[in-house]
Design a protein around this ligand. Structure first.
Ligand code: 13P
Ligand code: SF4
Length: 319
């Protein structure tokens, strides 16, 4: 509508003036995703967000997503101004893994290589040996396993468990979980799949084991969008945040996309599968930040420098 278009036009002007580029996650609003693409930025999964922001020459990086994504951008680009529409956009995985408790966990198992999910604070990344995102977790763990290492993993127990199952690595798991993915229900998903026999089931690996067991494809957000684009199925049942449907519809316009159920006993829930922290990002907040300043990410240099080493290992591995 008219207000949204006015806001978008204002943001575009301010972004030019401030030499800014917008990097947005697939779970943010359709407006922010469109704006990122219209202004030469990117919409992607956590791994590609980190890579894109690092490679882009803009002086200001606007990260639309959750705090760890902004922190990762700052860790990799200390010379750039990194801002977010709302610095209160957390993540239940990050919140479940305080740096002091994680440090104690590592100290208790000095024989193990520590691998943490990107959904963690800068301080946790600084203590870890490796950082991984969902798109590359299994490959890196497989490599470390083949090198003969025993591992310690934090914070997502479902992703950790999944990676352990497919790689056979010896992993001690932290017990965090994602509030969005944890809500998907296997029994109701089975029923929905029976009603839609031609549908492929796409599952993000932060989901519970019983849900992953029903998947035709398990992958990061980018990998799930790729599946919608390339698989021949006319329908898809999607177990991840429903913000992803915007890009999935664009990638495969004729296909039918169904939300995986988040309530038990065959009941479906049409609004549960959305991250409350991703939803804190919006056009109005972005205008306010660009007009008034603030919401800048700052990270203490000794933490930043150490966190960078573990993120850089992942980027080098992915390259
Ligand atoms: P991706 O790296 O797959 O985009 O996942 C990020 C995330 O927070 C999923 O909940
Ligand atoms: Fe964190 Fe889950 Fe939200 Fe992703 S969807 S940012 S893992 S709470």
């Amino acid at each position: 509508d008219a207000e949204r278009e006015t806001l978008k036009a204002r943001i575009k002007t301010l972004m030019k003036q401030q030499d800014a580029v917008l990097v947005a996650h697939y779970y943010t609003s359709a407006d922010l995703q469109d704006l990122a693409e219209e202004t030469g930025g990117c919409v992607s999964d956590s791994l590609e967000m980190a890579r894109f922001g690092h490679a882009h020459p803009a002086k200001t990086l606007i990260v639309a997503g959750v705090k760890f994504m902004g922190e990762t951008a700052k860790i990799l680009n200390p010379e750039k101004r990194v801002i977010m529409p709302d610095l209160g956009a957390e993540c239940s995985l990050d919140l479940a893994c305080p740096a002091d408790e994680f440090t104690a966990f590592c100290d208790a198992h000095p024989d193990r290589v520590s691998v943490v999910y990107a959904n963690t604070s800068a301080a946790v990344k600084a203590r870890a040996d490796w950082v991984v995102t969902s798109g590359i977790a299994a490959k890196i763990v497989k490599y470390l396993h083949q090198q003969g290492h025993k591992l310690l993993w934090a914070p997502d127990r479902h992703l950790g468990d999944y990676v352990q199952r497919i790689t056979g690595a010896d992993m001690l798991l932290w017990q965090g979980s994602c509030v969005v993915h944890e809500a998907f229900k296997a029994e109701a998903l089975k029923k929905l799949r029976t009603e839609h026999p031609d549908a492929a089931v796409l599952v993000h690996p932060e989901s519970p084991e019983a849900v992953i067991a029903l998947a035709d494809v398990v992958g990061s957000t980018t990998q799930l969008i790729e599946a919608v684009r390339t698989l021949p199925n006319p329908e898809f049942i999607v177990a991840t945040d429903n913000g992803i449907f915007h890009k999935m519809h664009a990638a495969a316009p004729g296909k039918i996309l169904l939300e995986a159920p988040t309530a038990g006993e065959g009941a479906t829930c049409t609004s549960c599968a959305h991250c409350p922290w991703m939803a804190m990002n919006g056009l109005r907040k972005l205008v306010a930040v660009l007009e008034n300043g603030g919401n800048e990410i700052h990270i203490e240099e000794s933490i930043r420098a150490r966190a960078r080493l573990s993120i850089q290992k992942m980027l080098d591995f992915a390259a």
